[in-house]
Design a protein around this ligand. Structure first.
Ligand SMILES: Nc1ncnc2c1ncn2[C@@H]1O[C@H](COP(=O)(O)OP(=O)(O)OP(=O)(O)O)[C@@H](O)[C@H]1O
Length: 313
């Protein structure tokens, strides 16, 4: 029988004043790749965005925080738990949605989630049923509960991924690039879900999509080549770049010259013409006007020019 739970009610994730601390964490893979390089961070309740381009070290850092990979140096603590020394103590308080969830078995969403409640140590059948039903309802997958996971769309898989991460009421939730590959509607739906969860716990969201962070996160860090380049509240960081971002509408044919001459941070097409944004401490003259580039400008101005991956359609 269908049980009704108020949708979007995450009160059961009651408030706990948790704190995640990373001190001078580095990781060098056996082939010599330095994936993380001296990362120190303090993360409190709310949604914390870790923004960085491909290969920045986000997944390596997320796995280290989840206690799945021991970094070569540094310390990671979640409240009183020393994650590197006692990863099993973290498991009870951790929800983790990896970047790649791997191959799904040919079983229904309901069966899979029930299996996960067993793995997470919920012994009573009644409690298991209540947990599975509540979570499927909260991530809006109750109508699809009997569908095979292999038939789920990308958005449904990610919502299922969040449901499995929430089994056992974790207060540290790690989601690694969860919106990659989702269409705009699915992305919105997923981000709304995260926003509801993030009110009471720590949600660590890794992404290379700037809007994910600007819409959701109370604090953020930019990670590039394994290092934290910038850390703070998105609004403050935007204010700090004021006066350094300039824009101009140019012809497409002038783009190469602009690229060679200025520190280009973005280009956008508008009615057949190209809007360029550049970074400059002084007024660049030559027809440029001050621009409010938002978080995107903050992000791209933080990255070294060669790692910016600017779209120039
Ligand atoms: N097992 C491994 N062995 C060697 N190098 C690795 C390994 N896993 C990752 N790397 C390298 O470490 C660096 C950081 O990778 P990581 O996957 O943590 O970055 P990311 O920010 O999550 O990127 P993406 O979004 O592309 O997954 C990259 O240079 C990557 O090639």
């Amino acid at each position: 029988m269908r049980r009704r739970y108020a949708r979007a009610n995450f009160d059961w994730l009651y408030a706990r004043a948790a704190m995640l601390e990373l001190r001078n964490v580095s990781h060098v893979y056996p082939d010599g790749t330095r994936a993380i390089d001296g990362v120190s961070l303090s993360v409190q309740r709310g949604i914390y965005g870790l923004l960085g381009p491909n290969g920045a070290g986000k997944s390596t850092l997320m796995r280290a925080i989840a206690g799945l990979q021991v970094p070569t140096r540094g310390e990671i603590h979640f409240d009183e738990i020393d994650i590197l020394a006692e990863p099993q103590r973290l498991r009870r308080r951790l929800g983790y949605l990896p970047q790649d969830f791997g191959v799904y078995p040919r079983i229904s969403a309901y069966e899979m989630l029930e299996h996960i409640t067993i793995l997470k140590g919920i012994v009573s059948a009644k409690d298991r049923r209540a947990t599975v039903e509540r979570l499927l309802d909260q991530v809006n997958l109750w109508p699809a509960r009997d569908q095979l996971l292999t038939s789920f769309s990308g958005g449904m898989r990610q919502r299922f991924g969040i449901a499995q991460a929430l089994v056992g009421n974790p207060d540290l939730i790690i989601v690694d690039e969860p919106t990659a590959g989702l269409d705009p509607e699915q992305r919105n739906r997923f981000l709304n879900l995260l926003a509801e969860i993030g009110e009471n716990v720590i949600v660590l969201l890794s992404t290379h999509i700037v809007e994910d962070v600007s819409h959701l996160c109370s604090r953020m860090a930019v990670l590039s080549e394994g290092r934290i380049r910038l850390e703070g509240a998105p609004g403050e960081l935007i204010r700090e770049t004021k006066g350094r971002i300039w824009m101009k509408v140019i012809d497409r044919s002038e783009l190469d010259e602009a690229r060679a001459r200025y520190d280009l941070i973005s280009t956008r097409l508008l009615a057949g013409r190209t809007i360029v944004q550049i970074l400059s401490d002084d007024h660049p003259g030559n027809g440029f006007i001050p621009a409010d580039g938002g978080l995107e400008a903050v992000y791209f101005s933080t990255l070294a020019p060669q790692t910016r991956q600017i779209e120039t359609e």
